[in-house]
Write a protein that binds this ligand. Structure first.
Ligand SMILES: [Zn+2]
Length: 220
């Protein structure tokens, strides 16, 4: 599917899922070594059309399109600069994930096997005022090895090798955050034991060929 069409469809999904309100959030894909396709500032994601998407360079300069580049483009730029394996970035404010960010807690415990394999650790990045460099800088300690991040008192970011991958990680992150929230009203979530984690990682590697960076594993 052409990139513009696919990105537009995911924008609509993000809004339908209530991962954003009003003009919140921004989504992007890497087009080539010179261009990034990104949503414009001040546009509701439910209303985004293919023609609204902007082409920017890796410094955030507008190359093509009518709208304004979001100050949050910096979140995307740092990801593309630091992670050659990342080709899509989604930033939004899903309620349960953002609630964890608001109490200053990342999702850093090994609870659900599928979340462990698809997301791994979801660290909390220290609060940075939107539009300043503090925001992308807060991502630097973790950016080399994670696929999802929480931004303190702000929201969430996910990465993907394509936009669907980034979207499904956002959906999974929000689902996990919601489930943990509900679990805590009933008791307390339990970590998987190290022996079961080792079994899970070796199964993932042998059967599915999934190799996870040591820094993003819970058994090291
Ligand atoms: Zn934001």
């Amino acid at each position: 599917m052409p990139q513009r069409k696919e990105l537009t469809e995911i924008c609509h999904k993000v809004y339908e899922k209530e991962f954003v309100a009003a003009y919140d959030g921004n989504l992007s894909v890497r087009m080539d070594e010179k261009r990034i396709l990104i949503t414009p500032s001040g546009k509701n994601k439910g209303d985004v059309e293919e023609k609204d998407l902007l082409e920017i360079d890796y410094h955030g300069n507008l190359l093509q399109g009518e709208g304004k580049v979001s100050t949050e483009a910096k979140i995307h730029l740092v990801a593309y600069q630091k992670r050659p394996d990342v080709s899509a970035v989604i930033h939004c404010h899903p309620v349960y994930s953002t609630a964890f960010a608001a109490i200053g807690e990342g999702l850093m415990r090994p609870i659900f096997p599928e979340v462990i394999l698809s997301l791994g650790k979801v660290p909390l990045c220290k609060y940075g005022t939107p539009s300043t460099d503090d925001l992308p800088n807060s991502m630097l300690p973790y950016i080399d090895f994670v696929w999802a991040l929480l931004l303190e008192n702000h929201g969430a970011v996910t990465f993907g090798k394509n936009i669907k991958g980034a979207y499904f990680r956002m959906e999974k992150l929000e689902h996990a955050a919601k489930t943990i929230y509900i679990a805590r009203t009933m008791g307390r979530e339990k970590n998987l034991p190290i022996s079961k984690l080792k079994e899970l990682y070796s199964l993932a590697e042998e059967v599915y060929g999934i190799k996870i960076d040591k820094r993003n594993r819970f058994d090291f």
